[in-house]
Design a protein around this ligand. Structure first.
Ligand code: FAD
Length: 403
């Protein structure tokens, strides 16, 4: 594994930094700076800029939109995106994309992959149910196969999914459904793509502790789905589901974003006074917490680089994805805790709509403190979604330690 930075990598870093600086829209940049939620159009506008440049999905095979960059270039790219505090592209791209090019038929690739990358299909993930989260294989949404009057085969799907991220924006969803209730639970599951405009699909908002509308309940009431929307074989959806989760977890580590967050934390702590009036960053106790965080992040960074190098030599993300997820989310959460600590009383929770214009509209709230509390609350989710951190520890105990 060679992860050293060559002169050509420095040139590459300069090239992408200049390009992002020139192309990341200012309106989104301003909202990102204060942690405000972006709407679908804003997210898609950045998605499409990346797509046009051909830099949206660097890790994919070149024939499906990858750039052919080595692991170091891909790493530099993600670092520069985080450094500029850019937003993620449309939800689900990094999850359903690899599923489509790995398991999809040529018809499915033609129908879904190109428009997904182009930003014309927005996806949501229909895995979790009120009674099936950690124990995902216990899901009970039923799909019964039948032949329609037109002679074609369909599934009739009924059940409830929950925590559907950005389901309110979604054109299509990838769903896990039970097709054989008599089989062992992992063996009776099928992976289906469902058009969210189909009759019988409804989406109800869940407002989270930070006041945001990010997640939803999704109800499926006798939804008719053509059999050709199935990925892989009937009752073999668990294999596809696990493959997708591996890709979801690697992305959650967020190393580059945490690096930027620590830089920002240091800037804030240099401006905010501690009890003795000196900058908070000179306070030994606070500084120790920041340095401990930096050390943990450095260790995580090397683990992520090893995973990237493995992927570039043809190995998909294995159980180390679980390790990245656990450590990455812990670091991210500690970062928001320290940012809130630095913001002090100015970072206290605020009512929705206050200050009215967002950003610095209220002079009492300095820019670093605005949204510090909602962002802190919002980040609690990261140790739950993508499979909770307790479950990731179970996976590592089995797969890595052999327990
Ligand atoms: C903000 C957010 C967005 C999400 N987005 C989506 C989405 O788009 N699509 C989707 O399908 N799902 C989504 N999820 C759901 C997420 O994947 C589940 O919340 C997660 O898998 C945990 O399931 P649960 O909430 O049912 O908790 P439970 O499974 O009920 O777990 C409750 C607690 O018990 C612990 N626990 C459970 N089993 C074990 C065990 N065997 N060993 C040790 N501890 C255990 C868990 O770690 C957790 O702390 C999202 C969740 C959140 C919070």
């Amino acid at each position: 594994m060679d992860l050293s930075f060559l002169p050509e990598h420095a040139d590459f870093r300069a090239e992408v930094r200049t390009w992002i600086e020139a192309n990341f829209p200012q309106a989104i940049r301003d909202k990102q700076a204060t942690g405000e939620n972006l709407n679908k159009q804003e997210i898609l506008s950045w998605h499409k800029v990346l797509y046009k440049k051909g830099w949206l999905t660097p890790s994919w095979p070149v024939e499906y939109g990858g750039t052919g960059w080595d692991a170091v270039r891909r790493y530099i790219w993600s670092e520069e995106l985080a450094r500029a505090n850019t937003c993620q592209p449309s939800f689900g791209l990094g999850m359903i994309g690899p599923v489509l090019y790995t398991f999809g038929t040529s018809e499915q690739k033609a129908k879904f992959l190109t428009p997904t990358v182009a930003g014309d299909i927005w996806w949501c993930q229909g895995y979790s149910e009120p009674g099936a989260g950690s124990d995902l294989a216990g899901l009970s949404t039923r799909a019964e196969r039948f032949t329609g009057e037109d002679g074609r085969d369909y599934y009739r799907v009924t059940g409830q999914k929950t925590w559907t991220t950005q389901g309110q924006y979604a054109d299509w969803g990838f769903f896990l459904v039970r097709t054989d209730p008599t089989a062992r639970k992992q063996e009776g599951i099928t992976f289906l793509l469902i058009d969210m405009t189909s009759p019988g699909v409804s989406v109800r908002p869940i407002i989270t502790i930070d006041g945001g509308h990010e997640v939803n309940d999704t109800f499926l009431d006798n939804v008719i789905v053509p059999v050709e929307n199935r990925i892989g074989e009937e009752n073999k959806g668990w294999t596809v589901a696990k493959f997708l989760l591996g890709h979801e977890r690697t992305g959650i580590a967020g190393v580059a974003r945490s690096k930027r967050g620590i830089e920002r934390l240091r800037e804030i702590a240099a401006r905010v006074p501690a009890d003795d009036g000196a900058p908070l960053i000179r306070d030994p106790d606070f500084r120790r917490k920041v340095v401990e965080l930096e050390l943990d992040l450095a260790a995580l960074e090397y683990t992520e680089l090893r995973t990237l190098a493995g992927e570039s030599s043809g190995r998909g993300p294995g159980p180390e994805a679980s390790l990245l997820k656990v450590k990455g989310t812990e670091v991210g959460q500690r970062l928001t805790e320290l940012t809130l600590e630095a913001a002090g009383v100015q970072g206290q929770p605020y009512f929705r709509g206050f200050p009215a214009q967002g950003g610095n509209a209220d002079p009492i709230v300095p820019d670093f403190a605005f949204k510090a509390a909602p962002v802190y609350f919002n980040m609690r989710k990261t140790s739950i979604f993508g499979g909770s951190n307790e479950i990731q520890r179970n996976i590592m105990a089995k797969a890595v330690l052999g327990l």
